[in-house]
Design a protein around this ligand. Sequence first.
Ligand code: MG
Length: 300
Amino acid sequence: MSFFEVVEPVFSSYVMGNAPVKQIATGFDWTEGPVWFGDANCLLFSDIPNNRIMRWTPDVGTSTYRTPSNYANGHTRDFQGRLISCEHGTRRVTRTEHDGSITVIADRFEGKRLNSPNDVVVKSDGTIWFSDPHYGIKTDYEGFRGEQELPCNVYRVDPANGSFAAVLTDFDCPNGLAFSPDEKRLYVADTGIMFDANAKQHIRAFDVDGNGRLSGGDVFHVIGPGAADGFRLDTDGNIWSSAGDGVHCIDPGGALLGKILVPEMVSNVCFGGRAKHQLYMTATTSVYRIVLNRQGVQKP
Ligand code: MG
């Protein structure tokens, strides 16, 4: 069997014929939010319906990092290495300090409760950008069913001065998001309204100016099958995105270069390992890993 599907010849140099898609952890219900801690040689990821964040290390395997996790979904790290988390159950974004205490970054916008923050990225200026679709409040599966008080926006928070802005307000359901390596582009997925079979499934690309203002926003790539639930970039600016049949690699021009085929629906990915050359893929009941001939821009 092959672990890859090459669409453009260059993709053959990104993968290695003897590097498997390896299941490294299983037994979960819906894994999401992978984030690599090189300093602890571990991967954290969410098992959302079971209200826990798991930790995987190469020597020990899987253990529980935090439960209850408030139905945490996406995670990243800031430039001080602290864990930034989206929580469905408490409808907020938090930061875990080095001493383990939790700081709330955002839970209300203009006095109204957020929906269910989904995915998050930190820009090198320290600002925190997150998507806030309604998935976590539509059912009791990944949080608590609740009233929607705000549209499904993308927000930017600056913890340094407390500024909090809705920066993208024309999405159905914003989801995965990531900056290009030079931070001059922001990619944001729209994964459509829950329970709508014809929902949008695409990634839009925005230009980011020196002050962090966005412009543009054309559809950059249509994903299928499945959704661009979550993605990360490599150092050449290629996007490695979740999809229904695995992970799709999309070049900065929007062309599909190839696929990593995964036996379960993938929700999100992150790079890790000593050379940031391992791609960790959260996929429904399991987490998979493949070693690539690529390097992720994941920071720190
Ligand atoms: Mg997501």
